[in-house]
Ligand binder design. Structure first.
Ligand code: ADP
Ligand code: ZN
Ligand code: ZN
Length: 744
């Protein structure tokens, strides 16, 4: 008789342990570790889903009382046992339930029934479809035009498909019209998923670029390590446009040649057709992509293909990390500094750490790449835990833009109360005159509520934490300032504490207002704005970018969104309207974020033939994140910032565990957070801050309190987490409360 340990698919703490079941003879073959099963559960023997995490021949309990597995789901991908170990590692290191961790590492098929509805798959690339659409429009083929428009509407560049019946209705056409197009080879009607060949034939023959010296050295060094079985973590610190992607592809080529597979992680926002196309061009059918727009079922299909060995390279955001390759050789993580690599749902892991762990478990290497690496990874390089490669030159020999820093306090003194410095105004006029393009960047993140002085730029900071204090409104007026980190409070001052100016307060400036001001000041300019409001809808983003890249506008105004990865060769001026606002956001990483944004923003200028220029407007021209960014001096920034983290014991020098206590009842959340604070081991290696109200003190009717623990010893923080979890399990009076742990 075989017994299976099963984790039930219910995210409740008290059920988050294995339950033993008998494996019926008929299912012995299918019941492997990682299989998805249906089991009778509880007194009513309700049928629920679960996962087998272990098998044994011994019964832990009374055999007669042990229930039997109802059936094994055939469609469930069985996880390799290493993915289960990875799930266990996630649970141990990041908190959250085993069930949530298992669901993170394996794709779960939601609908068990195979859907057999007919779908329509375009077989041409987007560009070709657009050309065809124009052709049909020219010939006045109204039905075909409507079909093409529908097919182009969906953002289905990488994999595709719209429902057949839906298409008939939306395009208001007969089935004969669609079938007619099928005959021409433009689309395919099918019940079986079709994979579009994303490369039109003319691209198929690609000339491999000759690597430059920097690239060559890195590829060779990696190849030598890999061929003799050395597996390491590497960081490619390379300026934008230095040819990192080309280097990744050469590395992957070497790995794939040995019969191993590779995962390429890209932040969701950068996951454009352009990026993916480069990989398709090089590796063809061996590549697959997953992204957030795929349904659960589609994602599952891609993972199945990876498991079956149909593909060798998986590209995607965070979740691609768990692709069930049989013989993984390399994980590439591009734009390593991106915040989207941290999961906001439990388990709250960081892809960087999980990549390193997964690679270690499987004997694979990890290659990180960034123009502005996180302090976490750079510190590892300094400690010798990660091999550092540096690329200092742009492939195209494009010169780096010239960067001017403008002190906005001086502008204020000179009675310039607008948001544009004299220098920036002059340069904008100059570019408009020369018909060159301009990007204006505002940093919204920082504007979200802090109090600062318009005369000297000083923000009001907490004395304990050196983060900005958040204004609290009372009857429409800011009366109180609070630190959301330690809970300290302060009355809203009447005048600036450092210069005495009365021009003090919260001031918000959105992209909309900036647009209005630009239009007023430069009435002749054609202006585009890119923010959450103008990019709603699947295509919003792309439409704006396309318009700008075809020079249908002179100025593009936007937030973080516009600094990421886009390449506009006609842009010769980038204005950063307030280069320091993010320094005040309530986060110990604000200097790092500011540096990163400034460097990336500067990287947008002068990508083409003409040299670029950047104007950084700031109230803190002397701040090291501004001065080092202006020089493009990452090492200089790193030295100052790591010293700061050292002094304040912030990550990556130390670790922070954030414990969020949530309850629908305010008193419960308060009481529990106070009691938990007392449970924490007294030790000189742990510092506690709080409990205080969380930054978002109430969310979806849940009251939230927060405790921070700092310690240089990560394991110690994990232990505190276990202690607090155990405490909650034993005290049923708090069973309505929930704890969420986040490690930093
Ligand atoms: P990064 O990823 O560092 O921003 P990319 O890999 O995107 O840089 O390279 C920038 C551009 O230079 C791309 O268009 C790429 O095709 C091209 N490129 C890369 N390496 C070479 C090379 N050795 N010779 C010529 N062009 C190259
Ligand atoms: Zn504080
Ligand atoms: Zn002041």
């Amino acid at each position: 008789m075989i017994f299976a340990d099963v984790i039930v698919d219910i995210s409740v703490k008290s059920l988050d342990r294995p339950f033993q079941y008998k494996v019926p003879k008929d299912w012995e073959k299918e019941a492997v570790v990682g299989a998805q099963v249906v089991i009778p559960f509880g007194r009513g023997n309700r049928l629920i889903q679960g996962f087998i995490i272990g098998l044994s021949e011994e019964s832990k309990y009374d055999i007669d009382k042990t229930k039997s597995i109802e059936r094994v789901e055939k469609q469930g991908v069985t996880v390799e046992s290493h993915l289960l170990s990875l799930a266990y590692w996630l649970k141990e290191n990041y908190g959250s339930t085993m069930n949530d961790c298992i669901k993170t590492v394996i794709p779960v098929r939601k609908e068990v029934k195979e859907k057999l509805d007919r779908r329509v798959y375009p077989l041409k690339s987007r560009e070709e479809m657009e050309t065809l659409l124009e052709e049909f429009a020219g010939k006045k083929y109204a039905a075909r035009v409507r079909i093409m428009k529908e097919l182009l509407k969906e953002d289905q560049e990488v994999s595709g498909g719209v429902s057949y019946s839906g298409l008939l209705k939306a395009a208001d056409v007969t089935s004969a019209a669609v079938q007619g197009l099928e005959k021409t080879g433009i689309l395919k009607i099918s019940e079986k998923r079709q994979y579009r060949n994303p490369i039109s034939n003319e691209y198929a023959e690609e000339l491999l670029p000759v690597l430059n010296r920097e690239q060559e050295e890195i590829v060779t060094a990696f190849g030598e390590d890999f061929s003799v079985g050395v597996r390491k973590n590497y960081l490619i610190h390379g300026v934008t446009g230095s040819g990192k992607t080309e280097v990744y592809m050469r590395m992957i080529e070497q790995v794939v040649k040995t019969g191993r597979q590779a995962i390429v992680l890209i932040p969701e926002i950068a996951l454009t057709f352009q990026t993916v196309k480069r990989f398709y061009q090089r590796f063809g059918e061996e590549v697959s992509v997953i992204h957030s727009r795929l349904s659960g079922g589609e994602r599952y299909d891609q993972f199945l293909r990876a498991k079956n060995g149909e593909i060798k390279i998986m590209i995607g955001p965070r979740s691609a990390l768990f692709t069930p390759f049989q013989n993984l050789g390399l994980i590439v993580m591009d734009e390593e500094h991106e915040t989207s690599y941290a999961s906001d749902n439990p388990p709250k892991f960081h892809a960087r750490e999980v990549a390193i762990k997964r690679a270690e478990m499987l004997g694979a290497s990890v290659v990180f790449g960034s123009a502005t690496p996180s302090l976490e990874i750079y510190l590892r390089c300094m400690n010798g835990e990660c091999t550092l490669f540096t690329m200092k030159n742009r492939v195209s020999h494009a010169v780096f833009p010239q960067i001017s820093i403008v002190d906005m306090r001086e502008e204020f003194k000179r009675k310039n109360y607008t948001i544009f410095s004299h220098l920036l105004q002059e340069k904008i006029e100059d570019r408009l005159h020369k018909k060159e393009q301009i990007m204006l960047f505002i940093n919204r993140r920082g504007y979200a509520g802090f109090v600062s002085c318009r005369s000297c730029g000083e923000a009001i900071e907490c004395e304990n934490c050196s983060v900005s204090m958040k204004p609290h409104e009372y009857q429409g007026k800011v009366t109180l300032l609070k630190c959301h980190y330690c809970g300290a409070e302060k009355q809203m001052p009447k005048a600036c504490p450092s210069c005495g100016s009365k021009y003090i307060g919260t001031f918000g400036l959105g992209t909309q207002q900036v647009e209005d001001m630009v239009v007023k000041r430069f009435p002749e300019a054609r202006v585009l704005r890119m923010d959450a409001d103008t990019t709603s809808g699947k295509e919003g983003h792309k439409k704006i970018l396309k318009k700008f890249s075809t020079h249908q506008a002179d100025i593009l105004i936007g937030t973080q969104m516009i600094v990421k990865g886009h390449d506009f060769p006609e842009v010769t001026l980038v204005g950063v309207l307030a280069a320091d606002l993010s320094l005040y956001s309530n986060d110990y990483r604000s200097a790092e974020r500011t540096f990163e944004l400034l460097v990336q923003a500067a990287g947008r200028a002068g990508r083409g033939e003409k040299p670029g220029e950047v104007v950084l407007q700031t109230y803190q021209p002397e701040h090291y994140s501004v001065t080092t960014a202006a020089r493009g001096d990452y090492e200089g920034f790193y030295r100052q910032e790591i010293a700061m983290r050292q002094i304040l014991q912030y990550p990556p020098i130390s670790n922070i565990l954030e414990i969020l206590v949530c309850s629908e009842k305010k008193e419960q959340a308060e009481r529990l957070s106070n009691i938990l604070a007392e449970q924490i081991e007294a030790s000189d290696k742990i510092r506690r801050l709080g409990p205080v109200d969380a930054q978002v003190a109430k969310l979806r009717n849940q009251y939230r309190r927060v405790i921070y623990l700092k310690s240089p010893d990560y394991k110690m923080l994990c232990r505190q987490k276990d202690i607090l979890e155990a405490f909650l399990n034993e005290h049923l009076e708090y069973k309505d409360c929930r704890l969420i742990f986040t490690f930093n």
